[in-house]
Write a protein that binds this ligand. Structure first.
Ligand code: SIN
Length: 359
């Protein structure tokens, strides 16, 4: 009796593309295929070089047409419209490039002849771009980001299977209205939750409450739903955003220096996210620095460096006395983006705090 399996990240997508996709989707071949845009931005999924004995490789080399051609049978899942929006290491994503990506994805989602969008992206800042799209693209159409931990030329490249899975999720009607999704290693994560948690492993992406679902026989199977606002229900529409205000992030550790906070203020930061110790605890020796910043109208936003759990108001620090804010459970890079977007709508501390509770 043949067993069903979902192979992912094992470097066998070419073989599997020819066999599994064809056999599992014969019913779809006669039906009109969903039209899916594939927007390529670079990253390791488009990387070249690198073997186990010599891990150095170059990210952002292979063009999108070749990535698609590397997954035989992909066109059976969807009619693909591929474009190379940029070809960069995701470390080079600036706010300007983030805005460019969001504008392009929003424009594609607005088209009647596109049912969903897949973005291929480097994994290092994938979670930030995903969250930005989650908050700013006013559409219920599936937006799915994927990447790879191993370059296309590696023996065990995970890119082809991830791309196939991302297209399968974007093409499925049940993926609509769930916000931006991150599909990696056979799992479907919400852009609100997912974080890269490992430097090497193909199962590097994880969400604190688990993924929303997974792929079973190339069909999404959902186990959780989001309760927070996103995409079509978000108040942040990329069409109305021309630039993001500067929001800095300061890492929490022993023996911190006030000068780091002051340098960000001098650089023009409108808010500073504190990647805080434990539940966002502020050491006593920094309390007056943070109070000064708040009095000058620079918002201090307490987050946590732990990777999980909420930061509670007035616990570990007197937010009411200082005028500081807490970000709930968002990790510091996402807190930066949410704070920057919120600052495009309001400067008021309590209104900002309300935004942080809603998203
Ligand atoms: C990048 O983020 O562009 C390089 C690393 C990766 O994609 O895994």
């Amino acid at each position: 009796m043949p067993r069903d399996f979902h192979e992912s990240g094992l470097g066998c997508a070419r073989r599997q593309g020819a066999r599994t996709i064809a056999s599992m989707n014969t019913d779809r071949l006669s039906a009109p295929r969903p039209r899916i845009a594939v927007v390529a931005t670079g990253g390791t999924i488009a990387g070249v070089g690198g073997q186990a004995s010599s891990p150095a490789y170059r990210a952002a080399v292979t063009p999108v047409d070749e990535l698609i051609a590397g997954v035989p049978g992909l066109e059976q899942l969807a009619e693909l419209r591929a474009e190379q929006l940029m070809q960069i290491d995701s470390a080079d994503f600036t706010d300007e490039r983030l805005l460019q990506l969001a504008r392009r994805v929003a424009a594609l989602c607005a088209r009647d002849d596109i049912e969903g969008v897949v973005v291929t992206h480097g994994t290092d800042t994938l979670e930030e771009s995903a969250y930005f799209l989650h908050l700013t693209v006013p559409s219920r159409k599936p937006i799915v980001l994927t990447g790879a931990m191993r370059p296309a030329t590696a023996l065990s490249s995970d890119g082809p299977a991830n791309l196939r899975d991302a297209v399968a999720v974007a093409a499925h009607p049940s993926s609509a209205g769930r916000g931006a999704l991150v599909v990696m290693n056979g799992q479907i994560h919400s852009a609100r939750d997912v974080t890269k948690t490992h430097t090497l492993r193909p199962d590097a992406f994880a969400s604190p409450h688990g993924p929303l679902g997974l792929l079973a026989a190339l069909q999404p199977r959902w186990y959780r739903a989001l309760t927070r606002l996103h995409t079509a229900d978000s108040e942040f529409d990329i069409a109305r955003i021309t630039a993001l205000p500067l929001v800095g992030v300061v890492a929490g550790h022993g023996n911190m220096r006030a000068e780091v906070w002051q340098a960000l203020a001098q650089a023009g930061a409108r808010a500073i996210v504190y990647a805080g110790l434990g539940g966002g605890t502020v050491p006593a020796y920094l309390a007056s620095t943070l109070g000064d910043l708040c009095r000058r109208g620079i918002h201090v936003v307490r987050a946590s460096r732990t990777g999980g759990g909420p930061v509670m108001r007035n616990a570990g620090f007197d937010d009411d006395a200082c005028g500081s804010l807490v970000i709930d459970d968002q990790n510091p890079p996402r807190a930066r983006l949410l704070a920057a977007l919120a600052l495009t709508r309001t400067q008021d501390a309590s209104a900002l705090q309300e935004v942080f509770w809603r998203y």
